[in-house]
Ligand binder design. Structure first.
Ligand SMILES: [Zn+2]
Length: 144
């Protein structure tokens, strides 16, 4: 994984005319973003990133430890231990600025790149759901 060229025309992902987005190297996994975006906290670690399954938007089943895999999809493991920092890192503009994660997201059965309300972070054995403001503690991973 090598860092791709910076956009110097200012057009951004959708309006670039300088060619920076022409050769996007797709991520094989979430941790490819660490080098590609110079964020070592995205390297492999113990923090689990779970995104809501697309159908969960409609059904909104409550998040529990025992049903997490039914309502959410494990996107990957990262090194970051801060929930706020994880949320910021997992915004698409940060970890997939050129759409590098598009194939990965699709292959996981997901439909969006950015972490959103309802997604889950498991850090230090504790399950947290992303809330409109802050995070809601659900349970420890060794509890029901
Ligand atoms: Zn450009």
């Amino acid at each position: 994984m090598t860092k791709t060229a910076e956009c110097v025309c200012g057009g951004g992902r959708h309006g670039c005319v300088c060619g920076a987005y022409d050769s996007v190297v797709m991520y094989a996994n979430l941790n490819d973003a660490a080098e590609a975006t110079d964020n070592p906290e995205l390297a492999v670690g113990d923090t689990e990133i779970w995104y809501m399954r697309p159908e969960q938007w409609r059904f909104r089943r409550p998040v529990t430890n025992s049903t997490l895999a039914q309502t959410h999809i494990l996107l990957g493991h990262i090194a970051c231990k801060s929930k706020n920092r994880t949320w910021a890192l997992m915004q698409g503009d940060n970890w997939s600025p050129r759409g590098e994660a598009n194939n990965l997201i699709q292959s996981k059965g997901l439909q969006r790149t950015s972490m959103s309300v309802g997604d889950v972070i498991v850090v230090d054995g504790k399950i947290y759901e992303v809330a409109p403001v802050d995070f809601v503690f659900i349970s420890k991973t060794n509890e029901k």
